[in-house]
Design a protein around this ligand. Sequence first.
Ligand code: GLC
Length: 536
Amino acid sequence: MGLAGKPWGDVNAIYQIYPRSFMDANSDGVGDLRGVIDKLDYLKGHGRSLGVDALWISPFYPSPMADFGYDVSDYCDVHPMFGTLDDFKELLEGAHARDLKVIVDFVPNHTSIEHPWFQEALRDPNSDKRDYYVWHEPVDGREPNNWVSIFGGSIWEYDQRSGQYYMHSFLKEQPDLNWENPRLRAEMKRILTFWLDLGVDGFRVDAVWHMAKDKKLRDEPKNEHYIGPPGTYGEYKRIYSKYAPELHDYLRELTDIVESYPNKIMVFETSPDEDLGPVVDQYAALYDVNPRIGLPFNFGGMFLPWGARPMGDFVRDFQAMLRPTDRPAYCFSNHDQPRIVSRFGRRQSRVVAMLLLTLPGLPTVYYGDEVGMENVPVSPHAMQDPASANNPMGGRDPERSPMQWTSGRYAGFSTHKPWLPVPISARVYNVALEQRRPSSIFALYKKLLALRRDEPVFRDGMFTELHNDERRNVLVYERRGADKAYRVALNFSGKYRRVKLGRGAKVVCFTYPNRRPFVRNGTVLLGPYEGVVARV
Ligand code: GLC
């Protein structure tokens, strides 16, 4: 196996940990790195483990937490709330001892206002740090253009002291970095080197689309279809404030550094936009950055409606678009989007699990989905996410609730009242119970992850859609390698469906892993929202 562990190509899936919410070891109501260390056995290396091969940990760096860590004030340390750098090293060692890879979040588009670079830039407009950020004189006494920040309001914030505006694509507490500045780029590369030297296996790269913008700062055109209050992100088509062509050169500089270490990866958070032209081209450009180690997430899965047709079309079209070296990175949830159970329903969430983990490439599982966690409503006075202020839907707190470990108090996440509430349903949907229950969704995830680890066909075999029927609401596809093939049949309907798998088909996984579906003459009878993987 060697020091670098298994090749990335053999990794079954990435498991995303939102560290505030995974496990609280020091009883302050907020998760920490020690908590992750304590739960490594849950993830891999033990008979009862879930069995994932890689972890992505959302930011745990020093930060004033305006955006819960996505506003970094020191890229090369650990926030005391999460622990210390030594804790991180211990975590990494513990993970690697289990051949579990660890990737960390890299936030290149912006820092926190409390980052020393920004502090110096504010204090001394002549300092070399000033140009690490994007500044502009007022135009006609006001903001330089009409660009809107993702969290609402102008992208520009006025600095009284210098009489200039700075740009922030997200909160005003998250000033955008100026990637045109080669010294800034060098600093960012040093940060990657710092983590690579510690031994991390790669990076998830945050919000890459904003790293390069129109140099002329042209006004965005209005979005004619927009209905709603002014000053929100949807009011304009964003054709100038993101995805300028230089983006790919900046990212390539980063992948060059990362690739100089063996067996690493960079997964880009991206958000292709039809207003910018064919989405195919936007994906291709990101794959072209570095086809060996770089890949963009495909976020399409997070916005799909329920149904064999929309899901089947989505996967088929995306697969058809990829070139042979492009590795897809599917996901159906994360810390910014609603939970799968809440979007589609509890029974339906098993179908999504089976889909996600039988698709090609490198999928990501969001912590807690494997025990069926749901969105947890947060009352207005208890809301934490700064994005809630401008979001009538109430922001992203509901999908960030504490991991459900036990039926006990605070779901076993902490002995202290957690920073976000735990739902009543945690008494039923939790690790301790589900590890013992062979019918649980946890048991299904475990089974699918094991299949995906042991059978390369699921990671890199051919994907062929065999049946995608809107009326019957059934999706069937095949995954084929040189000497093996599997068929996956998913019943998206609430009715019984007969599905042909082929003579001799042998069921290897059912959505209720302790049961077997009825199969006769190569035809399986699937109940409502059931799915099956069969060797053919
Ligand atoms: C990404 C993160 C999100 C964060 C934003 C700004 O989209 O996933 O949580 O708020 O970037 O860093």
